[in-house]
Design a protein around this ligand. Structure first.
Ligand code: GLN
Length: 531
């Protein structure tokens, strides 16, 4: 029988509930418990795939092709496991199921209501995931802030879950903000008190409180939270701003958070094996080789749009004694005549649509001609083909995504996309096999002939141009099993010029950096510091 840890948030969104949840998951996993995690997003979208990364941060892609909230990326990285689309519940998914059942007649004769029909659907979903995965403990993070209209049915569902499963099988952890007023310099607990009051009005008494604050919570602050929020003193934990997110589990471990949770769940506490994690965090914090990487995008104002890429930099840096400084380059500004900054490497990430595409092509040309290490991902791969087609082969070419009537459609829509009208969940998605040619840079990095990497695209290299591109020196070192779909390109006579149709960043993890990122950081170090 799985047990449940439900993590809620108060006062503000964006508190780092996902990191707290992932951290607890890691600490329990390292004690030998089998863990799974569910993220609940109370929006009406069926999945994150149709949302603008500028509003919600990056769309994370799973092995099974699920397009999900970026918190699932944190769970995968902390727990070092692959999750499935069912690990992300949204209001849209829940209502869709219930409405389909109603139409089928499953509730015949009944008035279908939020309680019990929607709440039952939510509980069944949570239990279904925990049981299917055979988890000892399932972490359920409820997105948004307690008090939001949207999250009400989910909070009601987990209240019922505790009632049905029993207090020793479900614990509630509430994460809140503890602000410090500059003038008085005092840690203020009132917002926490109010949000706990809100939670208790719904019928949920938190078992523990994690206070997010720029500094560790003072004893006096913890005492106040304990008294006013009705939790024992030893159940108030502090999660101060950390230098890096991977440090958060260690900060919580020191305070004995698992000891407390396991006692509540009536499970035995065990020794946590955290040695490799600690070493990883130390290496990450103490990287000595500073490198500047130009990230050429169009949502550069919001780092969360490229979260997995930034994490992948960290995973590779930790193994290479490096420290990456990201130089954000707005692609549109390059079009307006701004010069590429002087960087050690250039990355052109995934993207959609016309805005900034020419700027990205300029950045690729700059990296190719000046022999600056380059990594292109998805749209970055496609635009690298356009750049090569234009400037080396001499074709007036483009992607039909940007210019449908281009003279040479060197990037074109995937055949299975013809006639697709619905935009949600219809791209080529998830893990697909890629065959790597021996003797190439890609093979040197992956050391394998067949790999599985995650995809999210509608366009691809037009097979009619592959021969011409190859004759002009472009190497397609990775192809799909059908040999028609190009997956990786690279160049000789360049220190590091590689791009992939897939997204290597989604599978990069602490202690297991993605090969394309490892090679990229390594070559940036060489560029800066020599051999
Ligand atoms: N817009 C491109 C496509 O749909 C690239 C997508 C991406 O970069 N994720 O194929």
């Amino acid at each position: 029988m799985p047990k449940y840890i439900v993590v809620t948030g108060g006062v503000l969104s964006g508190l780092g509930k996902g990191i707290v949840s992932s951290s607890i998951g890691l600490l329990l996993k390292r004690r030998g418990y089998k863990i799974t995690a569910i993220k609940i997003d109370p929006y009406l979208n069926c999945d994150a795939g149709t949302m603008n990364p500028f509003q919600h941060g990056e769309v994370f892609v799973l092995e099974d092709g699920g397009e999900v909230d970026l918190d699932l990326g944190n769970y995968e990285r902390f727990l070092d496991m692959n999750l499935s689309r069912d690990n992300n519940i949204t209001t849209g998914k829940v209502y869709k199921n219930v409405i389909e059942k109603e139409r089928r007649g499953d509730y015949l004769g009944k008035t279908v209501q939020i309680v019990p029909h929607i709440t039952d659907e939510i509980k069944n979903w949570i239990r279904g995931v925990a049981e299917k995965e055979g988890a000892d403990i399932c972490i359920v993070e409820i997105g948004g802030t307690v008090g939001d209209i949207e999250s009400m049915p989910f909070l009601e569902a987990v209240r019922q879950l505790r009632l049905e499963e029993g207090g020793e099988n479900v614990v509630f952890i509430h994460t809140t903000l503890v602000p410090i007023l500059k003038v008085v310099g005092e840690q203020k607990t009132k917002p926490t008190q109010h949000s706990v009051k809100e939670l208790r009005a719904i019928g949920i008494d938190p078992d523990a409180i994690v206070g997010r604050c720029i500094e560790p919570l003072k004893e006096e602050t913890k005492r106040k939270i304990s008294l006013f929020c009705n939790v024992p003193y030893e159940a108030v934990f502090s999660s101060p701003d950390a230098e890096c997110i991977y440090e958060v589990p260690l900060i919580l471990e020191e305070q004995g958070i698992c000891k407390y949770i396991l006692k509540k769940l009536n499970l035995s506490d065990r020794e946590a094996n955290l040695k490799d994690w600690k070493d990883f965090v130390n290496r990450l914090k103490n990287g000595k080789k500073k490198i500047d990487i130009g990230l050429v995008g169009k949502y550069t104002a919001l780092g969360d749009s490229y979260l997995s890429i930034l994490e992948a930099f960290r995973h590779a840096s930790a193994e290479l004694d490096a420290k990456v400084n990201v130089v954000w380059v707005e692609a549109e500004e390059l079009e307006e005549g701004k010069k590429m900054p002087d960087v050690d490497a250039v990355l052109v990430p995934g993207g959609f649509g016309e805005r900034g595409a020419e700027g990205k092509i300029m950045a690729i040309k700059y990296a190719r001609e000046n022999k600056i290490p380059f990594l292109g991902i998805c749209f970055g791969f496609q635009l690298a083909v356009v750049e090569y087609g234009r400037n080396v082969v001499g074709l007036n070419c483009h992607s039909t995504e940007i210019k449908p009537d281009t003279e040479h459609p060197i990037i074109t829509i995937l055949p299975e996309q013809y006639g697709i009208k619905e935009l949600g969940g219809t791209m080529r998605l998830g893990a697909q096999p890629v065959i790597i040619k021996e003797g190439t840079l890609a093979f040197k990095l992956y050391k394998q002939k067949k790999i599985y990497e995650r995809h999210r695209h509608r366009y691809e290299v037009n097979p009619e141009y592959v021969d011409t591109l190859e004759k002009h020196g472009l190497i397609f070192s990775g192809v799909a099993e059908d040999k028609i779909r190009m997956e990786i390109l690279e160049l000789q006579e360049h220190p590091y010029f590689i791009a992939s149709q897939f997204h290597p960043e989604f599978k990069s993890r602490p202690l297991k950096p993605a090969p394309l990122f490892y090679g990229f950081i390594e070559s940036a170090i060489k560029k800066r510091y020599g051999e």
